[in-house]
Structures are given as C-alpha cells and as structure tokens.
Write a protein that binds this ligand. Sequence first.
Ligand code: NAP
Ligand code: MG
Length: 500
Amino acid sequence: MSVALDHDRPELAAIREHMIIGGKPWTEGDGDAIPVYDPARGVVIAHQLEAGPRQVNEAVKAARHAFEAPAWRDMLPVARERLLLRLADLVEQHGDELARLETLNNGKLLALSQGLEVGAGAQWLRYMAGWATKISGETLNVSIPFPPGVNYHAYTRPEPVGVVAAIVPWNFPLLMAIWKIAPAVATGCTVVLKPAEETPLTAIRLAELALEAGFPPGVVNVITGRGEVTGAALVAHPDVDKIAFTGSTEVGKLIGRQAVDDMKRVSLELGGKSPVIILDDCDIDLAIQGAAGAIFFNQGQVCTAGSRLFVQKGIYDRVVAGLADIASGMKLGSGLDPDTQIGPMISARHQKRVLDYIAIGKQEGARMLAGGAADEGEGYFVRPTVFAHAPAGARISREEIFGPVVVAGAFDTEEDAIACANDTQFGLGASIWSNDLTRVNRLVPRIRAGTVWVNTHNMLDPHMPFGGYKQSGIGREHGHAAIDMYLEKKSVCMAYPAAH
Ligand code: NAP
Ligand code: MG
C-alpha cells in the first residue's frame, strides 16, 4: 500500500492507482501491482496495476469501438478542436496538482514541472487543437486517357490512421503523453497510452481530465505496466494501426521490427548523444552557462542532452573550468525545494547505471573534473559530472548515459568540429555557440542531426518539427509533420462522361 502521507497536498489527492479503459476506471490488473516511487526519498508513493494481454485487449477494443462510433467518427473537426482546447484549460486549472504530482513521481524541479509538463503541455494541446480544422487533401489533375470519352475527378482524402498505441518514457511524462495524444486525437484517431512504469501518475490524471473535457469514452485510454509485458502486448496487438514510440534506441529497434511484421505504421523518437560546439568567437560566459544548461537540465535525463562538449582550442581551458565550477556548485535536493538545482535520477536502477558509467569513464582514463556519487539521503542522486581527456572511442563518449555527465574535448578547425560532432551513431540535436554568422551558416548544413540550435540548446516549440537522423529515430513530431504521422492518404478517382 501507499505510504501514509499528508493528504491535504493536492498532488497526493491526485494519485490514481487504476487504469482508464473505455472512459472508466479499471481496477483489475494481471499479477502483482507495481510500486511507484518518489525518487527524491526512495519511498513508495503508490502502486500501479499491470495490464496483461487481457487488459491490453480490452483497451484496444475500447479504442477501436470509440474510433468507429459515430460520436467520434462523425464529430466535426471544430468540435475536436474545442475538446483539445478544453483539455488545455483543464490542464492549466489543475496545473498545481499536476506539477507537484510530476515532481513527486519524477523528481524534476517543480519549476520545470510547472513550465514544461503543464505550461508547454497546454501550449502543445492548443497548437494541435488548431490542426483539427486545417487538415486538407488535394485535387489532382490526372491524365487517364481510357476509355475515350471519360473524364476523371481525382482527389486525396486524409483519414485518421485508426487506433494508436502510444508508448512513452519517464523523463517528461505528462508532456510526452500530450505529444502523442494531441496530434492523434486532432486527426480523429483514438489512443491507448502506456506511460513508463516509473511515472504513470500524471498520464492517468490526464486521461481523467480528457473525459472531463468531454472526449467520448475510449478515445483516450491509459494502461499501466512494464514495457516487456504491457508494452509488448500492446505492440503485438493485431488491432493496433500505429505505434508512436519514444524511448531508447534499443527498444525502438525491437518495436520497429515488430511493426514491420504487421505493417503497422510506426514512428520512433529515440536516443541521442548530442554535441555542443563552442567556437572561439562566442560570448564565452553565455556559452559556459549554455553548456551547463544543455547537460544538467532535467538531470541530463533528456534525449537531446548536450553530453558531448567540443570547445575550440584557445578558449577550451576557460570554458571547461567554468563548466566544472558550475557543476561543483550545483545544489542537489528534492525538486519540491525551490533552492534545488539538481534533482534525483528517476530510479535506483538508473542511478546505478549512471554511476557505473562514471566508473567506466575513470577506468577508460578520462579525467573527472567535477562530480561523481552523491550522498543526499535516501534519494537517487548523482552529482553533475564533467569529464575531459577521454581517449578516442571511449564508451562515455559514445553511449547514451542519460544522466548529468558531460565529456569535453578540444578541436582546432571547423572541419575538426564537424568530424567530432558527427562521430556518433545518433543524430537528434546539436548546438553551435558563435557570434559569427558566416561560420554558423557553414556548419549548420553539415551537422547530421534533426535539430541544430545556435546560441541555445534544448529549446522546442510545437510548430518546430522534432526527430532524429541516423539511429535517433524515424519520423518527426510537432508541426505539420506530426499531423501527417497520424493520417492515411486515400486517393479517390471518379469517372464521368466527358460530353452530355
Ligand atoms: P525505454 O526503456 O526504451 O522505455 C520507453 C518506453 O517503452 C517505456 O514505457 C517502457 O516501459 C517501454 N518498453 C520497454 N520495453 C518495451 C517492449 N519490449 N515493448 C514495448 N514497450 C517497451 O526508455 P526509457 O529508459 O524509459 O527512456 C529513456 C530513453 O528514451 C533514452 O534513450 C532517451 O534518449 C529516449 N528519449 C527519446 C526522446 C525523443 O524524443 N527522441 C525523448 C525522451 C526520451 P517501462 O517503463 O516499463 O520500461
Ligand atoms: Mg524502462
């Protein structure tokens, strides 16, 4: 059972231990319930059910039923728009409860939960609401010559792809749920969402708010459980039309292979090892702050985290010393404490993984300038860590650590900077720090990444397509691109006699 906590706190009153299937709380799982933790204290705050094949089937059935029901199928686009706008309002009205719940469950700073999970979440809902009324096909001037005397009227009809299985990670739980649900329902799809097993709480609450907003039952379903059980059953379900996945490259590949077997539509937002390139003409203080923000934001648990830092010789020592100073001075603690700058890792397991990488970095011969293990009570803390002088091919420079660990290196020329930046299997994000537009314009086209920032890092907008080159994924979220991922294109070709 959940630990006894002060139930006046709005985030505690918002904890739900059920799933939402077909518009109703679903209280039966398969097997044992799974504990949900507060990572800042290492204590259990709730339990979640695990959906096995039977519950997954119920959820997919509910989504299919809702997809085909006239209440949803025939709903005017403007009515779908209104529902999304109402949901955005409700997310804001419940912002305090949702933000505190996210920080309790995920550990992130409360300001981030307020600004990103809730604030940006509402912004994304409103942006996608606007798309509901702006989906259009094309009239096609075709040249079909047969049979003589017949003309053709041809056009395309965008149609919702159907039942979407959405699987998301734990680093931005509410925001990622919205990134999947909003474009899916804007197009007229229905959704079964599986949040990460570490962070199911805000997703369940979001599904409740969707019902309150007036979404028909079964349009937004949330099922909980482990990836290898619930996620796998959802991916394998024959009545799922599309899988929208955000997570690790390893699991993304597994899902991609399975999707192809069934010809399910699939979009994959995967891992990264994003470079931060600092040129010697930059505003050095801004670049040092920027490099720190790029890696330590959200404890480095960010797919676009700037985990590889490349600084031009000449300013390298100053930048790296400045970064190590910032890292050493950061205050660790609970995300609910307004003085905290670095919260806990998501779980004991993930903390161990990050600390193992720090040990690997030392064994590989890299020099640790700041960071390492932390002893902040029972929580899963890791100090912001800066490595330099890693040998070529070091694992800490190549593998995604997904924690507050950056590896710094120096480069000489722009050509070297490009070679360093692109020397990775990933291609999600990159940033360039420079005040020389000529140099920036030379570099931008040569970086193999889905997003390149200049004098900033990690900034996203609902209108800006987002996704990966190389092993960082397939497809683009946000903007028009996101809408296209939830649509099929039907060609309609009508014959009529040319003359009366
Ligand atoms: P993960 O282990 O790949 O898990 C992601 C989601 O997939 C979770 O809900 C997980 O369930 C589920 N899952 C695991 N195995 C599965 C299977 N066999 N079948 C179906 N679903 C399965 O990733 P994570 O550790 O939660 O998140 C960190 C990763 O996400 C990093 O690699 C990061 O770069 C990536 N990420 C990418 C983006 C992006 O937009 N490109 C954004 C954020 C994060 P469980 O929770 O039970 O494991
Ligand atoms: Mg996981």
